[in-house]
Structure formats: C-alpha cells, structure tokens
Design a protein around this ligand. Structure first.
Ligand code: MLT
Length: 316
C-alpha cells in the first residue's frame, strides 16, 4: 500500500501543494534574491504551484542546511544555498548533517561574482590606498560577513590572507543586514555578491574597490571597477555558485520533475535577464545535471579544504 501511495504522490507531484524553498540567510540578501527570482521561473514550469521562501538564517548557513536535511523527503521542502555547502564541512568541526549523504542534488543554478565595497565616506579611493589604510590600522578595520561559511566570509578570508591584513570581522545573519550597517558606517568594508551590491554601486551609495573575477564585468554599473588581479592580488578569483537540494530519500520521480523544472527555469529569458542584469551568469553546462552538480561540489570541498585550513578559520 505504502509503495502505491508514494508512486501516486510522486506522479501527481506537486499536485497543487505549496513548495517551500529554505534560504539559509536573511531576507533581502543575494541568496534570498536568487531564490525569489528562481521561484518565479520554477512556478511557471511546475504548473503554477505556489513556492514559499523560508529564510532560516544563522551559523553561516548551517542552520538552514540542517533544517532541510531533516525535512520530510517528499519534494515540498527544498534548499537553495551556495558555496557554503562546500566550505562549511571544512570550517565546522561538527555539523548536524552530512553534505554528501543527507541531500539530493538537484542541479546548479548560477555563478555570481563578488565586489569589495567600502562605506560611503571611506577615505581610501582605490585598492592601493585601501591596502595602505588597512595595514596602518591593524585590527581596526571592520569587515562584515554573513557568518562563518558564508560567501562573504570566504572572500574576506582570502582577501585577508592575500593582503596579510588583520581586520576585525563582524558577522551578520546575511549580507542584507551587513550592507545596511555598511551604509550607516557601522562597518568599513564588505565583500559581497553583485546580486546584492550592483544597485548600491549604481546609486553611488557605497565605494566599489574591486571585483573578484579575473576579467572586468560587462554589467554597465560594474564595468569600470578594476579586478583584484589587476590591483596587484594576482589570480585572486572568487565566484559564488548557488545550487538546489532536496532531503535524501525524496522519491526519484519527484527528483526528476524538479530537475526538469529547474532546467526549464534556467532557460527562462526573464530569469536570465534578471541574473545577468546583476552580474550573475546562469549555469547552462552539465552542472545542471544532479550527478555533475554533486561532483562539482565535492571538487569544491577538495579545493577549499587546504585554502581554509591554511587560513586557520575554524568554527566549532
Ligand atoms: C553570503 O555572504 O554568503 C551571502 O551573501 C549571504 C546572504 O545571501 O545574505
């Protein structure tokens, strides 16, 4: 009987029942932005189903990740998160979930560049002056991030080890609250994704110092911002990918429907235009396939391991 029940549910999925996408960061930040834009596109390819975004923030995304790992594997609770899926296993000695075995990988969504931005009245006018200012004020420059394991934390970690700089890091539940404090001058610096910073840069509300890609970006508001590589941090490159996940054990027909819907959503011109308008690139390669998505994340864990260990930034 149970098998029949599962089969019929899987065949009718989503059957008009709302789907929740858990975002492990505060509302209004870049991860939340990707989730809401993707939900719009997914809705179209899943018979107009209602999709709710649930911001479960904290501990650099690990609280939201754990919530989905424990959720009922029925396809109605999904996780949208980013590079944190690969950095947190290295950074946290104890996690209440296993990134490899507790999730079904549904496909990769996008790659997002980052920008190093300063508070409105920061005295440095370029990366050279910023490096000098930081080195003259050891421990005094406040660098915001979204918690240990966040993209902003990873970028800040790499930036500090490249600059051999000693900054005070200020964690938030996401880079939406972090950028609010940057605008208010409570913190001095933030490395955040272009999906969150493009509008602030366009409105000249923050001071952009550099982008974290090896080539300058094409987005009109970002095209004149130098790369960190050309600013002297040779080969400095950080781009933040986002992926979609379901709890382990979600029925195969449901997983297939979700992956099929994701592939359609990633071809949605409206979704692509929104992403590209904010400097992001929608994944159109084999990483949209679940097996390739998982392989990619495993390779990122292997890549970040030594880097993070070298920076010695563990959480407990
Ligand atoms: C991050 O730094 O990981 C993200 O920008 C956090 C967020 O989406 O708010």
């Amino acid at each position: 009987m149970a098998t029949t029940a599962v089969t019929s549910h899987a065949q009718d999925y989503p059957g008009g029942k709302p789907i929740t996408i858990v975002v492990p960061f505060a509302a209004g930040g870049p991860t939340d932005r990707v989730a809401r834009d993707l939900a719009e596109a997914l809705r179209k390819s899943l018979d107009g189903v209602s999709i709710v975004v649930d911001n479960t923030a904290g501990a650099g995304s690990t609280i939201g990740n754990a919530k989905v790992a424990r959720a009922k594997p029925d396809g109605y609770t999904l996780l949208l998160t980013h590079v944190g899926m690969a950095t947190t296993p290295v950074l946290y000695r104890k996690l209440s979930y296993n990134y490899e075995t507790d999730f079904e990988y549904l496909g990769l969504i996008n790659d997002v560049p980052m920008t190093v931005i300063g508070k409105p009245n920061i005295e440095a006018r370029n990366m050279k002056e910023l490096r000098d200012w930081i080195s003259k004020n050891p421990g005094k420059v406040n660098l915001g991030n979204a918690g240990i394991g966040s993209a902003s934390h990873l970028c800040g970690l790499l930036l500090q080890s490249e600059l051999k700089a000693d900054m005070t890091t200020v964690p938030y539940k996401g880079t939406a609250p972090a950028i609010a404090d940057l605008l208010g001058g409570q913190i001095d610096l933030l490395c955040d994704q272009t999906t969150n910073t493009t509008s602030q840069i366009e409105a000249k509300k923050v001071k952009p110092f550099a982008v974290t890609t090896l080539k300058r970006l094409n987005t009109p508001a970002l095209k004149d911002i130098p790369t960190l590589d050309e600013s002297g941090l040779k080969n400095f490159q950080v781009t933040i990918w986002h992926g979609l996940y379901a709890p382990k054990g979600t029925p195969a027909p449901v997983l297939k429907k979700l992956n099929d819907a994701l592939k359609v959503a990633l071809k949605d011109p409206e979704f692509i235009a929104k992403e590209e308008g904010l400097g992001a690139v929608v994944v159109q390669d084999k990483r949209v396939e679940p097996a390739e998505h998982k392989k990619f994340v495993m390779s990122e864990v292997a890549r970040f391991g030594p880097v993070i260990k070298a920076a010695g930034a563990y959480a407990d």
